[in-house]
Write a protein that binds this ligand. Structure first.
Ligand code: KG4
Ligand code: ZN
Length: 339
């Protein structure tokens, strides 16, 4: 039952290859979170094809919204706001969700709240935990690797970022090089469990002393070089060892830099966000080091780690409370500033 002060938001996420709509009550309660994944469609191309993604979003948008409303047991008339990812992401894909959100907000005369995709990923942590800022968030996804100081709801400072590939991108590229399909990240996670992480010594890139930035292009090249050398020597590779050794190297750097940042900033709460936050080895290592240093670690369930509209609805609730809402001039952008 809806109470007088309840705020029910319909959230829409179409920044990449997931068409998702969710109904979120008071920034916390997920009444529904419908997701239509295009993974199978893109798998045969080995990656996301932007034009194909846009077309699929157009096809799935209305059915997914109906599904979200039905699952929540509400109708359009119950909505108090519409939230939508307006960037960053694939521009054609973003525009589908944005146009839909604008149309609904206009027709119902309710607030439109544009959300930054990364803010959505970070906010996914509020769904299942009683986590409040300030905290440190390590955002690890297919498109981003950001170490973020979350000072307050809606107030962020990026203290470190990747200088080249995102960590999820590195996972996917290495996965492809050892013959795993797209998206490779989850497959690497499973395969690495049967491998020896110390079998191959891949480089750990820490950059300058004290830097919170990341670089994953070196390790990606190191894996490719290793595979080429083995091929030239006509020696068989052990894909599980490659996956485990790659994973150990990147996770060592990510976890060490996160610990260093938490210590230097005096933050004792650490959160993980983004698709790679569902990686079992990353969670395990981060948990071990967090415990060792006396920090509390938070991460969302896997369904809220990868792209979903629920996290957008949660972020929008806090933005709206801070007085943020947008008019019909809101545009989609493939590359909007954050923090
Ligand atoms: O957050 P997300 O759904 O999309 C972006 O905003 O980019 O993240 C997708 C990325 C992909 O690169 C995928 O391979 C990776 O997250 N990923 C994983 C795991 N699950 C998803 N990487 C490693 N281990 C996983 N379990
Ligand atoms: Zn994402």
């Amino acid at each position: 039952m809806k109470k007088e002060n309840d705020m029910i938001i319909l959230a829409i996420e179409t920044s990449c290859d997931e068409t998702s709509a969710a109904v979120v009550k008071n920034g916390k309660e997920i009444l529904s979170n419908a997701i239509s994944s295009q993974i199978e469609l893109h798998a045969k191309f080995g990656g996301v094809v932007p034009e194909v993604a846009s077309r699929m979003h157009v096809e799935k948008m209305n059915p997914i919204i109906d599904e979200a409303l039905n699952a929540a047991g509400i109708t359009f008339a119950d909505l108090d706001g519409v939230a939508v990812t307006h960037g960053p992401g694939l521009i054609g894909a973003l525009l589908v969700g944005l146009a839909e959100a604008k149309a609904i907000a206009f027709a119902l005369d309710i607030p439109l709240i544009g959300v930054h995709h990364i803010e959505g990923h970070i906010s996914a942590n509020y769904i299942e935990h009683d986590l409040e800022p300030p905290f440190l968030c390590m955002v690890v996804s297919g498109g981003h690797t950001h170490l973020v100081e979350v000072k307050d709801y809606g107030s962020y400072t990026i203290i470190g970022r990747t200088r080249d590939d995102a960590v999820g991108e590195a996972y996917d590229k290495v996965a492809r090089s050892i013959g795993l399909g797209y998206p490779g990240g989850p497959k690497m996670d499973v395969l690495a469990k049967t491998g020896n992480g110390k079998a191959i010594s891949f480089p750990r890139t820490y950059l300058e002393q004290g830097s919170y930035d990341f670089s994953f292009s070196g390790i990606k090249s190191a894996v490719l070089n290793y595979l080429n050398q083995m091929k030239m020597k006509d020696e068989a590779i052990n894909p599980s060892d490659v996956a485990a050794s790659f994973q150990e190297a990147v996770i060592e750097v990510i976890t060490n830099k996160t610990m260093m940042a938490a210590k230097n900033l005096g933050l004792n709460k650490i959160a993980l966000a983004g698709g790679v936050a569902s990686n079992s080895r990353l969670r395990e290592e981060m948990q071990r080091k967090a415990k060792e240093n006396g920090y509390e670690l938070y991460y969302p369930s896997p369904i809220y780690c990868t792209d979903n509209a629920a996290m957008i609805g949660v972020a929008a609730y806090y933005d709206y409370k801070k007085g943020i809402q947008h008019d019909m001039s809101l545009n989609a952008s493939s590359n909007i500033q954050f923090g």
